[in-house]
Ligand binder design. Structure first.
Ligand SMILES: Nc1ncnc2c1ncn2[C@@H]1O[C@H](COP(=O)(O)OP(=O)(O)OP(=O)(O)O)[C@@H](O)[C@H]1O
Length: 301
């Protein structure tokens, strides 16, 4: 039996496909294996259609896997639901309710867990009128209400699907600060998908890069950055036997991002990539080999 102690989220050979069987259903996610230790702030990145929302909905218990298992806080996703906060990409709320009624509904649905002060502070910091109807709010203001609901629930695991996408830069900065404070003060595990990699750097400590429905990279960001090197040198320099994620030659000059499997040629100049450089290199090169399921297992310890 797998030891799930200390894990917030674990996926084992998870696959999910959509569509009727007779139409050859397409796999949105396939062979997805990773572990996320409790207390981590995990960035989920990948191109459009990679499977990020599908993965978050599986963890939230809103979808069931076609194959494999998802374990959330040591149990199945449906049983963990009261301990999990989930903000879907389209931030579903009841449009006819006011902001105050929405928060009251959150309190009614989460007896014993609800932190009213947190919910009220988040909406007040955005200057929202508690009497305003949800349908009258802008997209960014609705996001704020959805985050207030999710955070006031005091979840042990917070699943956020592109939470910052429609927020202005100040609101992004402020709400990212609120999320980081939540993680630091309460040990909340946060799993957050985003296309803005630069904003994840410095906030997230774990990376899950999904591409083509599969996990391509999973691990602590510091470890992943340390495992990769940007190199530059003469075009004829051999990069064998190292894993080359991306290589470009301009005239006689070679630049590459590699995952070294030993010492690199001394003639190469080397530097550590930024998180954005690392992610962009993998996104530009969908065939580049990522980390293995065995490495994903080790990365969670
Ligand atoms: N309900 C559904 N019915 C049919 N196909 C679906 C459904 N939900 C997702 N898919 C398909 O599954 C794949 C993964 O979609 P998903 O929404 O998980 O990607 P994503 O990484 O979140 O994309 P984006 O960055 O654009 O939000 C896509 O090919 C999508 O068309």
């Amino acid at each position: 039996m797998t030891d799930t102690a200390g894990l917030a989220l674990e996926a084992t050979a998870v696959g999910r496909r959509f569509g009727a069987r007779w139409k050859a259903p397409a796999w949105a996610l396939r062979d997805c294996t990773f572990k996320l230790a409790a207390g981590r702030v995990c960035a989920v990145v990948g191109p459009n259609g990679a499977g990020k929302s599908t993965l978050l909905a599986l963890a939230a218990g809103l979808l069931v896997p076609t194959e494999g298992t998802v374990t959330v806080l040591g149990t199945d996703p449906a049983s963990a639901r009261t301990r999990v906060g989930y903000v879907a990409q389209d931030k579903p709320l009841y449009p006819q309710l006011t902001v105050a009624e929405t928060l009251r509904m959150g309190a009614d649905l989460n007896p014993g867990r609800w932190d009213a002060a947190t919910g009220e502070r988040i909406v007040a910091d955005g200057g929202l009128d508690p009497a305003a109807r949800v349908r009258s709010l802008s997209g960014g203001q609705r996001t704020r209400v959805a985050l207030a609901l999710a955070l006031a629930k005091r979840p042990e695991l917070l699943l956020l699907d592109e939470p910052m996408a429609d927020l202005d830069p100040l609101a992004r900065h402020e709400l990212m600060g609120v999320l980081m404070a939540q993680a630091a003060q309460h040990g909340t595990t946060i799993v957050m998908s985003s296309h803005v990699v630069a904003e994840l750097e410095g906030s997230c400590d774990h990376l899950l890069l999904i591409g083509g429905g599969r996990v391509r990279l999973s691990g602590e960001i510091d470890d992943l950055l340390a495992a990769h090197v940007r190199v530059s040198g003469l075009a004829e320099t051999s990069l064998d036997p190292h894993t080359v994620v991306e290589a470009r030659t301009t005239g006689r000059q070679l630049t590459a991002l590699v995952r070294p499997s030993g010492p690199l040629p001394e003639s190469l100049r080397t530097s550590t990539p930024s998180l954005e450089e690392l992610v962009l290199s993998y996104l530009r090169n969908p065939q580049a080999p990522g980390t293995t399921p065995a490495e994903h297992e080790k990365a969670a310890i």
